[in-house]
Write a new protein. Structure first.
Length: 208
């Protein structure tokens, strides 16, 4: 489990592609890898990956076909920057919001603009996830925990504070780029619970 608070920006140093799977080698700081072992989890652009090798300042992870097809990791190249966050421990401070590291969909950057010290970004909103994105609610984009500023039926907007502009690669995204989106886990569970309640009520009302 993660919090959506990006700890550092890593750099892809090797990409080994095998059809719809890839193996990534990512360079990061020694501090980020302190006590980091084979089998441990790391969110890479919001995607939970498992370390298969760990060096002094690099780690290796495999990307499976489903993850390859449904995330922007299929577009990374040698030299690409990626957001990194290690899985949280039970004793860690909890900031951001609950993030599983399971990307729901990629979304496309529609527009970017600045308003004084705030950097705004507007994204497409895939219809299947429209109910899970709530104005003033939480959302994870490329592993970054953010608040939805505005939402319409087909788009949503977030804003980056100056710290997030520096600490995440999100502000480097341009119009047309693909960004990993994970909707709020709480919104998912509430929607699912409501569906089950409605279904049970319907059955009772109809004599089942």
């Amino acid at each position: 489990m993660f919090t959506g608070v990006v700890q550092t920006i890593g750099q892809v140093t090797n990409v080994e592609k095998r059809r719809e799977t890839i193996q990534l080698v990512i360079h990061t700081t020694e501090a980020q890898l302190l006590h980091y072992n084979v089998g441990d989890s790391m969110a890479v652009n919001g995607v939970c990956l498992t370390a298969t090798k760990v060096g002094e300042d690099t780690f290796t992870a495999d990307v499976m076909p489903e993850t390859f097809r449904s995330t922007n990791l299929q577009y990374v190249r040698i030299g690409s920057s990626v957001n990194l966050e290690r899985a949280m421990r039970a004793t860690d401070r909890f900031e951001g919001h609950v993030v599983a590291g399971h990307v729901d969909s990629t979304v496309t950057v529609k527009r970017t603009w600045k308003d004084q010290n705030a950097y705004y970004m507007s994204f497409t909103l895939p219809k299947p996830y429209a109910q899970e994105v709530i104005a003033k609610g939480s959302i994870t984009l490329d592993g970054t925990s953010l608040t939805v500023v505005e939402k319409s039926s087909h788009a949503f907007t977030i804003s980056l504070i100056p710290h997030s502009q520096q600490a995440s690669i999100l502000s480097q995204r341009r119009v047309g780029d693909y960004v990993n989106m994970e909707t709020d886990m709480l919104a998912k569970y509430i929607l699912q619970a409501n569906k089950q309640t409605l279904s049970q009520s319907f059955l009772q009302e109809n004599g089942f």
